[in-house]
Design a protein around this ligand. Structure first.
Ligand SMILES: Cc1cc2nc3c(=O)[nH]c(=O)nc-3n(C[C@H](O)[C@H](O)[C@H](O)COP(=O)(O)O)c2cc1C
Length: 305
């Protein structure tokens, strides 16, 4: 059975990837799964400078998933290059580093420095974190501003030959327009969805339940939203679409391939069962076998309407 997939210059042995922010920098997962059996791993988003993130509580369970306002808590580029990278260097699978900047220049500096590291083969550009504000746009999210998306990706395209993946938000009027802008500016792939902005209130104190007031919703409740975004993006662009949002098992994953995802990322499900990504991989193989589909490529975008 052929599970191989190409995303830009990346060659993945299989299409199952750990999503940013839900698997740390790989080391956090090593006691639970053999990471080398996955297709790839995306790191927690890193920024140029250290970020403290938002005040607690930062994560709340909802009936259909999680609401988080981590606020991109991370040790910054130096911490990544001197500390976090050592575990990733020894992995046999492609390492995708997620980056976010307060300005375009910060995105560029991150990409330039990361491109010097041999183990880093791809960059996921986080244009869609609902927990931070960006200086180069009037919109709440970069991924809502077609021009900002174009500007950032074209600058990054000139900076690095690494595979560039644009991570988009479901919280837009027309995902097709944003996906096309990313492709036009030189992105090798689109990944979506990031979390959907939301909030919860404690009725006794009448205060927001999250320390950051609002946060991002993920998990099963966003799956239908994510599937539609994946399908719309798949119909709009000619570059691969990496799908995520509420994938809890192999059946969910297969829905994403049928809607047009070339690969999938597992996020919230890792918190329920850190071994779930490899179980999902096995389930995908079983499905293909049952349906007598020889290659995962033959399942992508096979939605019948
Ligand atoms: C606790 C938590 C932290 C996250 N941190 C990041 C992050 O740093 N960068 C990023 O691009 N996405 C981040 N995400 C979003 C996920 O990568 C993913 O896009 C989203 O959760 C939807 O997938 P899921 O429903 O499978 O979790 C985070 C999600 C959660 C739940």
């Amino acid at each position: 059975m052929d599970l191989k997939i190409k995303i830009g210059k990346l060659k993945l042995e299989n299409p199952v990837i750990l999503a940013s922010g839900t698997a740390g920098f790989g080391k956090e997962m090593k006691d639970f799964i053999d990471i080398n059996k996955l297709g790839a791993i995306v790191t927690k988003t890193i920024t140029l400078n250290k970020r403290k993130g938002n005040p607690p509580p930062r994560v709340i369970e909802t009936p259909g998933g999680l609401l988080n306002s981590i606020g991109l808590d991370n040790g910054g580029l130096k911490d990544f290059m001197f500390e976090k990278i050592s575990f990733l260097e020894n992995l046999k699978i492609p390492v995708i580093v997620s980056i976010a900047g307060d300005t375009i220049d910060e995105f560029v500096e991150l990409a330039r420095e990361l491109s010097k590291a041999r183990c880093i083969r791809a960059i996921e550009i986080n244009l869609s974190c609902p927990n931070i504000r960006h200086k180069n746009t009037k919109f709440p999210l970069l991924a809502q501003d077609r021009r900002a998306v174009e500007k950032i990706i074209s600058r990054l395209r000139k900076t690095t030959t690494n595979t560039l993946i644009a991570k988009l938000s479901p919280n837009v009027a027309d995902i097709k327009e944003i996906a096309k802008a990313a492709e036009h500016a030189g992105a090798d792939a689109i990944s979506l969805i990031n979390t959907y902005p939301g909030m919860l209130v404690d009725i006794n104190t009448m205060k927001p339940k999250l320390g950051g007031v609002t946060g991002g919703l993920s998990g099963p409740s966003v799956k239908p939203l994510a599937l539609k975004c994946v399908r719309d993006a798949y119909n709009a662009v000619n570059i691969p679409v990496i799908g995520m949002g509420g994938i809890m098992d192999a059946r969910d994953a297969v829905e994403f391939f049928i809607c047009g995802a070339s690969a999938i990322q597992i996020g919230t499900a890792n918190f329920v069962n850190p071994g779930v990504s490899l179980e999902i991989l096995e389930g995908i193989k079983e499905y293909l076998k049952k349906k007598k589909i020889k290659a995962i490529k033959n399942l992508i975008g096979k939605l019948k309407i």
